[in-house]
Design a binder for this molecule. Structure first.
Ligand code: ATP
Ligand code: MG
Length: 461
């Protein structure tokens, strides 16, 4: 027997015993009157408590459960316990819901929920950006009224969602490529997941371009080589012609070798995830060395000079830096007509060590400048090929400099010349104690002291 029955039985038995006592003492009428009065009071009290309970149930306010004595006290106590338990459960569910929403908001992917009529139920910020939606304004709107692109409408209505849909010109600035995947769930509901694949697409396009470029670059020398080999094999050629053909074939082989070596150097730089060392680079000797190389490459056709601030020191990988700066210098020589001036400078700018090469050469039109560090990019293909260029030099420079967290800045004017400046980060710029701050002009020697061919130093990278 539960507490309600027990207490009710106790009250009724108590009333019965009291009435029986009164009956024995005063007769039946007072006993009946007492019993009726007691039962009426009890009824009124119960009605009063039922009314309180009804009010609580009608408009519950947490923490405002009434209290009472006896039986009703038990009822209210249990009601209070029940409300408390439910409230804890509701809070837990609310917390889970908030965490779930936060997790979806933190996702780099867009998430959009559609009901069975393809109306938006909810979407996260990323989906808003991808589709240009406004979660508050557009909720309960049919998605095809908001995203009207035919390919999307077709994808949604075709009901075949095994492959994602790729949508271009999306996002705030219409520059993004978005992969949209619909996942049906529940009663005809749909989850729309969006992913920004712009970088992936660009990388894929770069990969395709790269393969096409490498093939194209190797095709020309190979065609020339094959042509000469067939001529030498099939036709009677004089000794003099044979020698000339072999010389020409050698030029093409060296060219292919340069391309392959540069590609390998680039691949090495790309795959080396370790930061370049922090060793002190003898940068002043390096610039002097580059100057001698430039003179050797120029063979007296240009006026080459170098100004070195003797306090400038650098931290980094010597071979990589020699290769990068060497390419800038060799470019200056190769793209400056005879009689031009090439000036190298090593100095300070706002505490940063800076190396620059200025030439009075062909110059570069502004539209080419942002693309110079792309692989195989050349402003003037024929000229670059004439000078033996593979178009990979500045790509290597970019990699080496980005590994050193250094910046390459190019200013140029067509017909007047270019300046390539390398600005090293503060942590790699060292003020050398030995230097006295004088700007030393390196005397011309006219002879290369480099053990390597002047334009091949970068292959060391
Ligand atoms: N100082 C410069 N003056 C004018 N044009 C330049 C200069 N430096 C680079 N360029 C242009 O930038 C292009 C890319 O240079 P990059 O060093 O990457 O390749 P390259 O010199 O053609 O070949 P490589 O360096 O691989 O032998 C060159 O083909 C040239 O058109
Ligand atoms: Mg070059």
């Amino acid at each position: 027997m539960n507490v309600i029955w027990a207490r009710s039985a106790a009250i009724l038995i108590g009333l019965l015993v009291l009435s029986a006592g009164i009956y024995l003492a005063f007769g039946p009428v007072p006993a009946l009157a007492l019993a009726c009065a007691a039962l009426f009071s009890l009824l009124c009290y119960y009605l009063y408590q039922i009314n309180r309970l009804w009010k609580v149930l009608d408009a519950p306010v947490y923490g405002e459960i009434p209290s009472a004595l006896g039986l009703w006290g038990e009822v209210y106590y249990r009601l209070h316990r029940l409300v408390k338990r439910w409230r804890t459960q509701v809070l837990q569910v609310e917390q889970q819901h908030t965490r779930f929403i936060q997790a979806i908001q933190a996702s780099p992917n867009g998430v959009l929920m559609l009901d069975d009529a393809d109306q938006i139920e909810w979407c996260n910020d990323v989906a808003e950006q991808h589709f240009g939606l406004n979660a508050r304004r557009d909720v309960r709107q049919r998605i095809t009224h908001l995203i009207r692109r035919p390919e999307f409408v077709h994808y949604l209505t075709r009901q075949r969602f095994d492959e994602p849909l790729v949508m271009r010109d999306m996002g705030e600035h219409k520059h993004s490529v978005i992969a949209v995947q619909i996942l049906p769930y529940g009663d005809n509901r749909k989850l729309v997941i969006t992913q920004d694949i712009t970088k992936l697409e660009n990388t894929e396009a770069m990969r395709r371009d790269f393969v096409a470029n490498v093939s194209h670059e190797l095709k020309t020398p190979l065609t020339v080589l094959t042509g000469f080999l067939e001529t030498v094999r099939d036709l009677p050629v004089s000794e003099e012609d044979r020698r000339r053909y072999i010389d020409l074939m050698l030029v093409q082989s060296v060219r292919m070798q340069s391309i392959v070596e540069d590609l390998l150097a680039l691949a090495r730089l790309e795959s080396d995830e370790q930061a370049p060392g922090n060793d002190i680079v003898p940068v002043q000797a390096m610039v002097a060395h580059l100057r001698h190389d430039a003179e050797a490459l120029s063979q007296g056709r240009h006026q080459v000079s170098a100004e070195i601030d003797t306090t400038v020191g650098l931290r980094g990988a010597e071979t990589e830096l020699l290769s990068a700066l060497g390419n800038l210098v060799s470019n200056a020589v190769r793209y400056t007509p005879d009689g031009g001036r090439i000036t190298m400078r090593l100095g300070w700018e706002d505490g940063h060590a800076v190396f620059s090469v200025a030439d009075t050469g062909l110059g570069i039109a502004p539209e080419h400048i942002p693309r110079l560090t792309e692989r195989f990019y050349r402003v003037d293909r024929s000229r670059s090929r004439d000078t033996g260029g593979t178009g990979l030099g500045l790509a290597i420079v970019k990699h080496v400099l980005s590994r050193h967290h250094a910046d390459l800045r190019v200013t140029s004017e067509v017909g007047r010349g270019s300046v390539f400046r390398v600005i090293f980060p503060l942590e790699r710029s060292v003020r050398s104690a030995g230097g006295d701050g004088t700007i030393a002009a390196v005397p011309p020697t006219g002879v290369s002291t480099s053990p390597q061919a002047p334009d091949s130093s970068r292959r060391a990278a």
